[in-house]
Design a protein around this ligand. Structure first.
Ligand code: C5P
Length: 231
């Protein structure tokens, strides 16, 4: 269970990332490197985390022409990362090119609908009324499935229906995790760890509830305990 809890290192540089990993300690085996940290430090910070024996989720949310996304996927495979994100909205050709370039050691995750988007936000993006965010996530998940993508990033509230679309073996990775009573920050659709796993998530992503805590190790333990006792 603990190996399925991914802590998002949304920090400005490698020193802060490695200091945070040290504060959290050995219980956390999986870290997410996102746009800020990767832009600042590049492959070196991935190598540093790999040297500590950690799995790395490289959350670059790739969205470009198929050739570029395929080549970036191949390079990510060479870095030894476990998960890499691509935007499902990049389209079938882009997704198929990424899947074809993906080595067996790497799983590709499609981002369907960002958890920060609600129905009004999606309606503005698509230029048409969107009443059901979950239906949009389903549609994008099906596009990813048909292209051979390994899994999906989605809100826990969509995990059940995304599982039905993607089938029993797909990865479902869920951000927007909070302990009961914690602040939501800018997350629109939050769930506890136990709720997310019960809804069918295979992995959860937790950022600020751990990294903004005065006691990151304790916060990680509380989330792990909540996941273990109630899932
Ligand atoms: O909110 P938290 O700090 O736990 O965010 C963890 C991860 O969740 C972030 O790295 C980001 O990828 C994702 N996130 C999101 N929607 C938001 C804020 C963050 O999906 N509104």
């Amino acid at each position: 269970m603990r190996d399925r809890i991914i802590v998002a290192l949304d920090v400005p540089d490698a020193a802060a990332a490695l200091a945070m990993a040290d504060r959290i300690g050995p219980a956390c085996t999986f870290y997410k490197v996102g746009l800020e940290l990767y832009t600042a430090e590049g492959p070196a910070v991935v190598a540093s985390l790999r040297d500590l024996g950690k799995n790395v989720f490289l959350d670059l949310k790739l969205h470009d022409i198929p050739n570029q996304v395929a080549r970036a996927t191949a390079r990510a495979g060479e870095l030894g990362v476990r998960f890499l994100t691509v935007h499902a909205s990049g389209g079938g050709a882009m997704l198929m090119a990424a899947a074809a370039a993906c080595p067996p050691s790497l799983d590709l995750l499609a981002v369907t609908v960002l958890t920060s988007l609600d129905a009004a936000g999606l309606s503005a993006v698509y230029g048409r009324p969107v009443a059901d965010v979950g239906a949009e996530a389903d549609r994008l998940a099906a596009l990813a499935r048909d292209a051979g993508i390994d899994g999906v990033v989605c809100a826990a509230s969509e995990a059940g229906r995304v599982r039905a679309v993607m089938g029993p073996h797909a990865l479902i990775v869920t951000p927007g995790i909070r302990l009961a009573g914690d602040p939501h920050h800018d997350q629109r659709r939050v769930r506890t760890a136990g709720q997310a796993f019960r809804a069918g998530s295979t992995h959860i992503v937790v950022g600020r509830p751990v990294t903004a805590s005065g006691d990151p190790r304790g916060a990680f333990e509380r989330i792990a305990a909540e996941a273990e006792t109630r899932s």
